[in-house]
Design a protein around this ligand. Structure first.
Ligand SMILES: N[C@@H](CCC(=O)N[C@@H](CS)C(=O)NCC(=O)O)C(=O)O
Length: 255
């Protein structure tokens, strides 16, 4: 890869991947995207980074993984528009909110959102392989029942209480964005920052922002519809939709 080329290695439908994608898009960083299927992804990601989680962004020969580290690197290489608040105390608070959402809320919400699709191989295939050929989608679909135990274990889906805990995380974060955003509509310093981007992206699986990279594929299964129904009237969902409408630009992907 040449020194200045930027490549995002991602899953198509994933809130942590959406965080990195949104940061690349808002900074209008011309880049290519390599979309992997969860499962087979691990060979390439492990080779590049020594671990298996996406997103990964390659800046030339340097591979950075972890959405917060990726945003930090983007902020350094492509400072405009800034995602970090200028004021030191605001920046520290915005990064603290990002840490909490990344480390605590994000994985718990994913657990509940995944629980709504994990028993439906067709829905999993539509969610992660929508852009693939019919043959690849079909093949992927038949591997799901074999991988199901691993998907559940890997995401902490261990029973009803673990899923309830995911609902609690979604409610907590939706309540938080409403109480914290106040009159300005933003979490920190009266303007859009890494805190808003992180909250909106990580809440997207619950809020289903329309016309966005995180819009659920249709038809929705009954369990996905029930999961989304829980949150559709929460004012936090309207907050997420507003961030998407006002601050989520179209893709800066190179074609
Ligand atoms: N804290 C990480 C979390 C990344 C993460 O959990 N990625 C998931 C997708 S949402 C993943 O790639 N899982 C596959 C694996 O663990 O092998 C970040 O902010 O990027």
């Amino acid at each position: 890869m040449n020194d200045t080329a930027v490549e995002l290695i991602q899953f198509r439908m994933s809130h942590f991947n959406e965080k990195a994608r949104w940061a690349l898009d808002i900074k209008q960083v011309p880049h290519t995207r390599r979309t992997l299927l969860p499962g087979p992804h691990r060979f390439m990601v492990k080779r590049l980074t020594g671990q298996t989680k996406t997103p990964v962004v390659r800046f030339g020969d340097t591979a950075v993984h972890g959405s917060a580290k990726i945003i930090d690197e983007l902020e350094r290489r492509f400072p405009t528009p800034p995602l970090y608040p200028e004021d030191d105390a605001d920046r520290a608070r915005a990064l603290e909110i990002q840490d909490w959402l990344d480390g605590d809320i994000g994985p718990r919400i994913r657990r509940a959102a995944l629980a709504a699709i994990v028993d439906d191989a067709g829905q999993i295939s539509r969610t992660f392989a929508a852009d693939r050929s019919l043959a690849v989608r079909g093949l992927y679909r038949v591997t799901i029942p074999i991988a199901r135990g691993m998907i559940k274990k890997g995401n902490g889906i261990t029973g009803a209480a673990s899923i309830e805990d995911g609902y609690a995380a979604a409610a907590e974060a939706l309540d938080f964005v409403v109480s914290q955003s106040g009159d300005s509509g933003y979490l920190i310093g009266g303007r859009f920052s890494v805190a808003d981007l992180t909250a909106a992206a990580l809440l997207a699986p619950a809020a289903n922002p329309p016309d966005s990279p995180m819009t659920r594929p249709t038809p929705l299964s009954a369990s996905v519809a029930a999961w989304l129904d829980r949150w559709k009237d929460h004012p936090g969902t309207a907050w997420v939709h507003r961030q998407y409408r006002q601050h989520r630009p179209p893709s800066a992907q190179l074609h």
